[in-house]
Design a protein around this ligand. Sequence first.
Ligand SMILES: NC(=O)c1ccc[n+]([C@@H]2O[C@H](COP(=O)([O-])OP(=O)(O)OC[C@H]3O[C@@H](n4cnc5c(N)ncnc54)[C@H](OP(=O)(O)O)[C@@H]3O)[C@@H](O)[C@H]2O)c1
Length: 260
Amino acid sequence: MTIRVVRVTINSTAFWPIQVVSHGQYGLIAVVTGGNKGIGFEICKLLASSSDDVLVVLTARDEQKGLQALHKLKTSGLKTYMTKQVMLQTYETAKDCIQTNYYGTKHVTEALLPFLSLSSSPRIVNISSGVGKLENVKDKRSSQMLSDVNRLTEEVVEEVVTGFLCDVKDDSLEEKGWNAPLSAYIVSKAVINAYTRILANKYLSFRINAINPGFTKIDMTHHKGTYTVEEGARGPVWLALLPDEGPSGRFFFQMEETTF
Ligand SMILES: NC(=O)c1ccc[n+]([C@@H]2O[C@H](COP(=O)([O-])OP(=O)(O)OC[C@H]3O[C@@H](n4cnc5c(N)ncnc54)[C@H](OP(=O)(O)O)[C@@H]3O)[C@@H](O)[C@H]2O)c1
């Protein structure tokens, strides 16, 4: 099992994977963001045990948490703890959600694209959610914009995100038809799905997919959920290890293709 802990600082020149990616002895290098806990942690575990030829780069925004996760992997004893958090959607929380789920993913992807282009088997797996399905985007204009795969561009996605945040700021979510309480999470995942399709159309030799891991028992869900973290991680790992002729630009619920 080979795992390195890396602190990723998005929007900064300190992007540590660079020094690890130059390592030549591994057949496959997998960078897992949010790898210190939950599904990301389990993905690191499964990938690392899939073959000796895999270098897993476990990234965490907090270096200490990343090191603790590494320690857990080494001792194979997972500790669990409970956090209780009630989130009310405000403009700030909505912006944070879009920033983390969409722009965070986009910036990490952009930073890694030069390395992926050097790979003989480039794969991108975006962890989405069932809530990001187009049927849950209740603002008709945005839903239409995100549905039209032939016209999808990053500018279109930007327009949807900006329009949504304006509606949050103006307190006009209900009036515009958005599904108010969860709308930021829905939009963030719907645009990740759209971004996945845009990338897949642009990088035809890559295999780029989005996946809903299913309702998974993690700290945040107070360990309630339909699936264990092992079950939630299985699909993303399968997509990360897809053969060259595998699907691209698709959306999966675990290991089954589903509609956007
Ligand atoms: N669990 C489910 O039922 C479920 C269902 C559908 C989709 N998903 C998706 O699966 C993915 C993984 O979630 P999870 O269930 O494994 O949740 P989790 O256990 O809460 O893990 C989330 C990970 O993301 C990191 N993170 C949180 N905010 C961040 C930020 N602003 N910048 C950078 N990293 C940040 C966390 O780091 P810290 O430890 O530092 O906070 C942690 O490593 C998410 O995209 C989630 O939307 C989960």
